[in-house]
Design a protein around this ligand. Sequence first.
Ligand SMILES: Cc1ncc(COP(=O)(O)O)c(C=O)c1O
Length: 356
Amino acid sequence: MSQLVPFAAQGAPATPGPVDLRSDTVTRPTPGMRAAMASAEVGDDVYAEDPTVNALEAEVAALFGHEAALFAPTGSMANQIAIQVLVPPGEELLCDADAHVVTYEIGAAAAIGGVSTRTWSPVGADLDPEVVAAMIRPDGYHAVPTRAIAVEQTHNRGGGGVIPLTALAELRRVADDAGIGLHCDGARIWHAHVADGVPLASYGELFDTLSVCLSKGLGAPAGSLVVGSAERIARARVIRKRMGGGMRQAGILAAAGRYALRQHVERLAEDHVRAARLAEALAPFGVLAGPVRTNIVPLDLTKCGFDAPELGAAARDRGVLVSVLGPRIARLVTHHDLDDAGVDRAVEVLTEIFRH
Ligand SMILES: Cc1ncc(COP(=O)(O)O)c(C=O)c1O
């Protein structure tokens, strides 16, 4: 007999859980998003015949002022596809030492793309284009030639910081002078757009490739896109297939993304206000690692009587989940599924913990 429980017998919806501040990826699709997914027109996307995927790709390309875009299952895959498009095996990518592409993608640039990476000291959003320029190595067989630079907007381990448009424009000049590529890990570029009011197309024109995520802050269950020229995206399509990222009736996911882009971008401002409220409440305890610009509140516990795992455990016991990123580093992230009552609860619990 089947062990599978029929849907109708699965019981009531889960009771409200803890206040989850670990990440903006913990969101669940809203009823409206689920309805959009359920009614999505689909086809086989490996044949480029899924009308909803095709529509999403065209919309996202247009938002960034580029010719084309490619739907990918995850932000990590979108980044690694873009890196492989810009950097041949045995050649080099430069990025911040805290960049997601070299911290949380499990060595993919080297393991999958054969790409060598070199990093500048972690500076979050305080990017200095001159420091990057000085690292670029020329062509030739004496050293690993630099082929591309990657930046992250907003900067995740940099506390959700926003790199100013002027610094990015300067970095573009640096890349042009050296004849190399420029990639943006724009998993949360929507947050930068909302925080600084910079049009997405203004970011788009500075980069050869961008990866953008629908599942971080925008509330979609999955999906990212690589954005670039038609020629680069054609190559990206081949690399995606090679990496096993060619999905079939992916329009069900793309529909969630299209819905998120229409409904959930401008509301990110609410997440930024909630993050600012958390920061304001915690500031008196001297635990903020830096200014809060978007939806991430970075915590540095070096001056505390307890470390990050202890904070994580104490908060969890009281129904608040925080992200532990290092022995003394923790992070709070606001998102679509967190309301003002959740922030109130988190403030109550965290201030009580820090007070003792
Ligand atoms: C800045 C950044 N880039 C890329 C990713 C990767 O996204 P995914 O988890 O979909 O692979 C993340 C994930 O949180 C991220 O924060």
